[in-house]
Design a protein around this ligand. Sequence first.
Ligand SMILES: C[S@@+](CC[C@H](N)C(=O)[O-])C[C@H]1O[C@@H](n2cnc3c(N)ncnc32)[C@H](O)[C@@H]1O
Length: 221
Amino acid sequence: MTRRLELPDTPGTAALGAARMSAPSALRNRDLIAAELRRVAPAWGRALEIASGTGEHVIRFAEVMPGLTWQPTDPDPLRRASIAAWTMQSGLDNIRPPLDLDAARVGWAEEEPLTADLVVVVNLLHLISGAEAETALTETAAVLSPGGVVALYGPFLRDGEATSEGDAVFHASLRAQDPAIGYKDVIDTCACLVEAGLAHVETVAMPANNLLLVFERSDVA
Ligand SMILES: C[S@@+](CC[C@H](N)C(=O)[O-])C[C@H]1O[C@@H](n2cnc3c(N)ncnc32)[C@H](O)[C@@H]1O
């Protein structure tokens, strides 16, 4: 299920070519996220990005991790058009055409040919319900190859609490739009992926109180 939400950083197309959208937050954080991903990602293989948004992230990730073939996805057709347009403009040949993927749909890991050595999820979990997040994480774990890495970036609650006034306000604004959504707790998020067979290997503090949570499937064949 996807929702129409009022977010502080809704992407726009002003001054860009047709289809290409731009989100200020994606431009602000993409180099920092890319640097951390490059540190933890496998050098080679298939990378799946869930909820790719405008596509401004995947073009940077593909540029700095050229040994990975990137599969962007998003359920929104306008964002998929934007991803395709940014990809074409980038000239990079390690980005596949975007797929229509609702990560909260039960069973997608079995239905889609999406086995991945790296799965990246940026700024999605707070926009979906707890049950949807659990599905998205369980399905994500199911597509991960042995030795593969999952990286989750975004805002989280710590012990049930927001870590700043701004986070508390944003969390409350999400809850006001839909009581089922809002920030997820780090502990619940980690527990869900550990339950799905992954090991939590790292928590990286990122700017604006965001976290990058890193997991591995350690059952190397
Ligand atoms: C805040 S944007 C983040 C986009 C990008 N990852 C970034 O950080 O710039 C949230 C994205 O999640 C996508 N989305 C919403 N619900 C989703 C779902 N159930 N499964 C996958 N993507 C979803 C939206 O279409 C949107 O592109």
